[in-house]
Ligand binder design. Structure first.
Ligand code: UN1
Length: 511
């Protein structure tokens, strides 16, 4: 890709060679020549795309304090009107979908189709949150006392902190930020240091759109390069909800830090997602689903298919078909529309891939049947390995396109294998047998937050609750009733009579 093309993509968002990385609710963009630079490199070519200024400790204070001050005003705006701010974001994202999709492909390295798909998730959640802004329902129940009314209502929390990962640099932010905004909170974003330009671009879209229509800066951000300020953010009592997306390893530090201040957190961490293929499965559906799940985003989704658990009668045929399908995967420039797989995000990701391959090669219980080699730069071969579920490497989430295939005899055994990993995000079964799919979805079946039939593990729609169990962290984001996490519940009892009966029939007669 020529320098001019790159400048064209960046220029559409007003991104320059050097950019400020801090946006505060009242003071706007903050820049301080004392701040360090965070450099952003193309995962595909290694060239420098641009720099973003790291937030200074003083600027961090400004961002948090101004977000807190604005939260007191924003919570007074009626929720349906707050929804209008998010509707406007949905509109601008519709207009800018392809431009932002290009930028995601450029800086993150996922293919253009998936970059556009990510922006579509933003648009979808904007629509969802707009509707939700008129449906922040609280329940009412019958009081046990006469002339009493007992109900619940939901109030804004205040300031929501959002830490996102490089792999979904914009969609996951919007799941949190759009729901949170209609719930009446101001939002502080700490994006991944691997995709800083994308976040500056999204921040600019927010500023332009909100300002133009007279809305305040409910979306703000700060930039960190070495996690020092991110750690401060997690520990910061002024952050009423900390939403974290990232690895289980980091989540295990985030959760206790927030818990030690008895704060609220929402965690969406690693997955080790399996597809079970039974003896009745339609392989014409299963093969593309597995290939998209394992190779899509170069294996860097939390929902990536990492394991296939196939019935012993189909495992060999399935493996062969899958190898043939992998041979057709075009690897290359993420912005070329023929490409199906782009590069990994950076050199560290390539090292992790290589390390995993080394471990696989050393293990007599594992055999590489396709791929297993780095190509060049950050590109690697998508890899298929025949393996067993209990191997250390299979139990871990390696953020790379490595797929482990194993076989089973009974469905009970397959489900047990699927569940016998530390993570619990997404899962699927391919079957044409009703008894199998229902067993799989029953309490004895999959233990994951997401469980599908005849659909792969990745590519969830925004309307459902998104998240998982065990080391995935337990949080639920995106659709369904995930909005409740961005609000605090208050139970109210009103006595509209003139007596004062006590609950539980207690008598307390004074004098
Ligand atoms: C993630 O990888 O963190 O279901 C999110 C999916 C996407 C979101 C993935 N809708 O694969």
């Amino acid at each position: 890709m020529s320098k001019q093309d790159i400048r064209g993509i960046l220029g559409k968002f007003g991104l320059e060679a050097e950019n400020p990385g801090t946006y505060s609710a009242r003071s706007g963009w903050l820049d301080d020549p004392k701040g360090r630079w965070l450099e952003s490199y193309s995962p595909a070519t290694g060239e420098l795309l641009g720099k973003v200024r790291v937030t200074t400790p003083e600027q961090y204070e400004t961002v948090i304090e101004e977000a807190r001050a604005l939260a007191k005003e924003w919570r007074r705006i009626p929720a349906p009107e707050r929804g209008q701010a998010v509707r406007l974001m949905g509109e601008v994202l519709r207009e800018r979908k392809s431009d932002l999709g290009d930028l995601v492909a450029l800086e993150n390295g996922k293919i253009k189709q998936e970059g556009d798909g990510e922006v579509q998730e933003m648009i979808d959640i904007a629509d969802f949150a707009l509707g939700q802004s008129r449906m922040l329902y609280g329940m009412q129940t019958h009081s046990e006392r006469p002339q009493h009314r007992l109900f619940e209502q939901w109030h804004p929390l205040g300031v929501v902190g959002i830490i996102t990962a490089f792999n979904f640099p914009v969609a996951v932010w919007s799941w949190n930020a759009f729901n949170s905004a209609v719930c009446g909170n101001t939002n502080v974003w700490k994006p991944s240091p691997k995709t800083p330009l994308i976040s500056v671009a999204v921040q600019k879209l927010c500023n332009d759109t909100l300002e133009k229509h007279g809305f305040p800066a409910i979306f703000t951000m700060f930039t960190d390069d070495n996690n020092k300020q991110a750690e401060k953010f997690v520990a910061d009592k002024r952050i009423d909800l900390l939403s974290f997306t990232g690895s289980s390893e980091v989540a295990k530090k985030v959760a206790p830090t927030v818990a030690s201040r008895l704060g609220k957190y929402l965690i969406e961490a690693g997955g080790n997602n399996a597809i079970i293929v039974d003896e009745t499965a339609n392989l014409d559906m299963a093969i593309p689903a597995i290939a998209f799940g394992a190779v899509g985003t170069a294996g860097q989704r939390c929902t990536t298919t990492r394991r296939v658990i196939a019935h012993e009668s189909v495992v060999d045929g399935l493996t062969e078909k899958l190898v043939n399908a992998y041979k057709t995967v075009r690897i290359g420039d993420p912005l070329d529309e023929k490409t199906l797989m782009g590069p990994l995000i950076d050199k560290t990701a390539v090292r992790n891939y290589e390390q995993a391959i080394k471990e696989i090669k050393k293990n007599p219980k594992a055999e590489i049947v396709y791929g297993g080699n780095p190509i060049e730069g950050n590109y690697v071969e998508p890899t298929i390995v025949r393996a067993q579920n209990d191997l250390d490497i299979v139990q871990r989430e390696t953020f790379a396109p490595i797929l482990y295939i194993m076989s089973y005899k009974t469905l009970e055994e397959a489900v047990e294998m699927q569940n016998a990993v530390p993570q619990g995000l997404s899962s699927a079964i391919f079957t044409d047998r009703l008894q199998h799919s229902e067993y799989y979805l029953s309490h004895d079946g999959s233990d994951c937050g997401i469980s599908n039939v005849n659909i792969g593990t990745s590519g969830a729609e925004i309307g459902g609750a998104f998240g998982g169990e065990k080391e995935t962290g337990g949080g639920r984001e995106s659709g369904s009733d995930a909005w409740k996490q961005y609000m605090r519940r208050q139970t109210n009892t009103i006595n509209w009579g003139t007596d004062l009966p006590l609950a539980q029939g207690i008598k307390f007669d004074l004098g």
